[in-house]
Design a protein around this ligand. Structure first.
Ligand code: HSE
Length: 438
């Protein structure tokens, strides 16, 4: 059977990985897909350099003009691996308008322009596949959209930024500061020279917006996500968390609450005994709670040439299999039929209910703890655990660390400002959210 012709836009780490895995596993992939899948054209900024990497595959057309690949009438599937918003958005829309299927790894684009892109695909009866956009090689999109389709999804909690997880793991292991470990991660190639998206929780929020849409049948709304990164975490907080039986992870959480949907990324204390608390280094893991199946955990490499290629090629195979199927009978892009999306509200952080770790520096005097606990009790914030450190030799100040039961964030914020106003409390209260994930 005639091979399905793929046009690759971008030939960086993932593009090269995709080329290599398709070449190496061509025979098995063909047996699975039902026909060969062939990269027929590649658009890249430096076609000459790409030619060397193709090791004699001279029939592949190489160009610097991505739009020419999209318009090439031989190309059945456009595989966008450029990243970023433009020109990726325009190229994908052009491909869809021409009736071509699209495979993309572009989480930022889908999280912000997904509604426009999926509407364009639906209008032309073509597919947009994006397994590689979330958690690299971990097939979490397939699991949410198909494997768990019987379930009412209750919540998802994921470690979906390898850079942040690598930094947190190293901080915990070595006791070094965020700045020291970030510099080390940059030297080792685990963090970009501009790490903002990774360490500020933005990359994780992009991926979370995509998972939330598939889990709950809502539009992709990155603009509704709360993102707080790991830059302000101190080694002291990691140590105190450990003393209390917890680990701190950058967790991306989406939950169907009573009055809407939570969509939030922030450092989170997790009981150290949970499997997900033990995901270390640059690895990713996603915990999904469904009403029928209970908790399920998906773990693997969230980035890298071949792990990401694994997800890209899975999409190419899916598109190849479904290419001739009636569009009405394909698996919907976002798991729910396009006319069945709900407009459940996304909750502001003030309405979120979770538990909290609060650390404060206080004068070591009678009545200090009573003042603090009264402020919490007045707002119905119940204390779950507490440690007070011995003041160091010659010091008259000490750290108090409190864990609360579930409370409404607005009340906790109010309590924190009242506590900070006490004359016996020094500086700011450190507040880190805590999830039991039980
Ligand atoms: N920069 C991402 C991470 C990988 O650190 O996990 C690509 O999504």
């Amino acid at each position: 059977m005639k091979p399905l012709q793929v046009g690759l836009l971008g030939f960086g780490i993932v593009g090269r990985g995709t080329w290599e895995v398709l070449r190496r596993n061509a025979e098995e992939i063909t047996r699975r897909a039902g026909r060969p899948i062939r990269i027929a054209a590649i658009a890249t900024r430096s076609p000459e350099r790409a030619r060397d990497a193709l090791a004699g595959a001279n029939s592949v057309r190489l160009t610097a003009d991505a739009s020419a690949v999209v318009r090439d009438s031989d190309i059945d599937i456009v595989c966008e691996l450029i990243g970023g918003i433009e020109p990726a958005r325009s190229l994908i829309l052009e491909a869809l308008a021409l009736g071509k299927h699209v495979v993309t790894a572009n989480k930022a684009l889908l999280a912000q322009h997904g509604t426009e892109i999926f509407a364009a695909a639906h209008a032309r009866g073509v597919m947009v596949a994006f397994e590689a956009a979330v958690a690299g090689g971990v097939p979490i999109i397939k699991a949410l959209r198909e494997g768990l389709t019987a379930n009412r999804i209750e919540w998802i909690a994921g470690i979906i930024n390898g850079t942040s997880n690598f930094i947190l793991s190293r901080m915990r292991e070595t006791g070094a500061s965020f700045e020291t470990v970030l510099a080390e991660a940059q030297v080792l190639g685990f963090a970009e020279s501009d790490p903002t998206y990774d360490v500020e929780g933005i990359d994780a929020a992009h991926k979370l917006a995509i998972m939330s849409a598939i889990a709950f049948g809502v539009p992709m709304r990155f603009d509704k996500a709360y993102a707080e990164g790991i830059t302000r975490l101190t080694k002291e907080d990691l140590r105190y968390a450990e003393e209390l039986g917890y680990r701190i992870k950058l967790l991306a959480i989406t939950r169907r609450a009573r009055n809407g949907i939570e969509l939030r990324v922030h450092p989170t204390l997790i009981p150290a005994k949970r499997l997900i608390a033990n995901v270390e280094g640059a690895m990713n893991a996603v915990l999904v709670k469904g009403d029928a199946v209970g908790s399920t955990l998906y773990y693997g490499a969230g980035a890298g040439a071949e792990p990401t290629a694994s997800a890209v090629i899975a999409d190419l195979v899916d598109v190849t299999r479904m290419h001739t199927a009636d569009p009405e009978h394909r698996v919907p892009h976002l798991a729910f039929q396009p006319d069945q999306l709900t407009d459940l509200p996304f909750l502001p952080m003030g309405d979120v209910e979770t538990s909290y770790y609060l650390r404060m520096r206080v004068d070591d005097r009678p009545g200090v703890l009573a003042d603090i606990t009264r402020i919490l009790a007045d707002r119905e914030i119940s204390i779950d655990a507490m440690i007070q450190k011995e003041p160091s030799e010659g010091e008259d100040q000490t750290d108090i660390i409190l864990l609360t039961h579930k409370s409404v964030e607005r009340s906790v914020d109010d309590a924190i400002s009242r506590i900070e106003a006490l004359p016996t409390v020094r500086g700011k209260v450190v507040r880190i959210r805590l999830e039991d994930l039980g």
